[in-house]
Write a protein that binds this ligand. Sequence first.
Ligand code: NAP
Length: 246
Amino acid sequence: MKKLSGKTAIITGSARGIGKGIAELFSENEANIVIVDIIQDEINKTVASLKESNPNVIGIKCDITKEQEIENCVKNVIKQFTTIDILVNNAGITNDKLLMRMKLEDWQSVIQVNLTGTFLFTQKVSKIMIRQRKGKILNISSVIGLIGNAGQANYAASKGGIIAFTKSVAKELAARNINVNAIAPGFIKTEMTDKLPETIQEYYLKNIPLKRFGNIKDVANLALFLCSEDSDYITGQTIIIDGGML
Ligand code: NAP
């Protein structure tokens, strides 16, 4: 019996990057997996690779900024697996600009995906979890949401917002036996961070006491803990995973 045997987990933005790593580890732990993302080809590739070892994997194309698409997605998951035990709000984007150059649409695009998307998905899935009187919701924030960063006012606001949202929703849903927590990763090696200029990458590395960037497995291990029964008495928390940087 593995840690997530028989549980159904939706992971947003899981066709690649950290979300995919979480989906892989949850799948190894015998969860039913729902890959949610926006590019059908990418979803198909990830679903096919996970299905090699777990038949209970489905992919659903869903833009987390679209309420109706989320509602359809949730209905689809219930039809397929009957319950939703775990939601990982992982999908996120960056659109970095200095404040003086940031257009309203640069601000809104990031808030819309990272913060509003997390709100919408949490709201729709909570309805199911409240009826079940059980569930785990995990939101992927960032250390940038705690310390801020020049050129990332939109991203920092969205990720800081996720932390405040997590605390509030944890208080609302605790009586229904639903745990709501967040993870604030530091610098994790993914396509998102590979896009950063080398000078910035070197700057971060110098400031990491453990002297390495995090890898996807580091974050996935923490996600597994926070979505398993091992963390049943933890709610409303944001766990920093940054090699000691903060
Ligand atoms: P990533 O590789 O860019 O993956 C994000 C995934 O989310 C992509 O597959 C992306 O689709 C998808 N996505 C974007 N907008 C979406 C939408 N509207 N609806 C559904 N899916 C959408 O990013 P990552 O590095 O794995 O990061 C995952 C999460 O961790 C993000 O929330 C990020 O902010 C957070 N984080 C990352 C780091 C890090 O160092 N990497 C550090 C702190 C926090 P596309 O393929 O179309 O882009």
